[in-house]
Ligand binder design. Structure first.
Ligand code: FES
Length: 117
């Protein structure tokens, strides 16, 4: 048995958290850059990358540092500290095979951006 209730997914008797949609601002504020937003208790980067709406966690998986202003070229996000490079068009995959950058589902509804955290 599988149900979705208020952002919680229930399978049989076990619970799996799938997240909750968080309002992170107006769609009018979107740019071709990633901008820092707060989604619940998580800092996320949101923007239109290669024309697609994208969101990822604003924390590098290498050393766990805040990545609030990464370099962006096409869909590639580069951490300014040691240069790990993540492809947002490939679910945050690190291009050398290191740990990926966590991405988040994102959508626009009625002019508002929502991120699933
Ligand atoms: S902390 Fe980001 S690459 Fe090292």
């Amino acid at each position: 048995m599988r149900k979705i209730l208020k952002g919680m997914e229930i399978r049989s008797s076990e619970w799996t958290m799938v997240g909750i949609w968080h309002d992170v601002g107006s769609a009018d504020s979107l740019t071709d850059e990633l901008s820092l937003r707060v989604a619940g208790k998580e800092n996320v980067l949101v923007g239109r990358i290669d024309g697609e709406l994208r969101a990822c966690v604003a924390k590098c998986p290498h050393a766990g540092v805040a990545m609030e202003r990464p370099d962006i070229e096409g869909s590639i996000v580069t951490c300014p500290l040691h240069g790990w490079r993540f492809d947002l068009n490939c679910n945050g995959r690190e291009i050398h095979g290191y740990r990926p950058l966590a991405t988040r589902d994102v959508k626009i509804e009625n002019g508002t951006i929502f991120v699933m955290v």
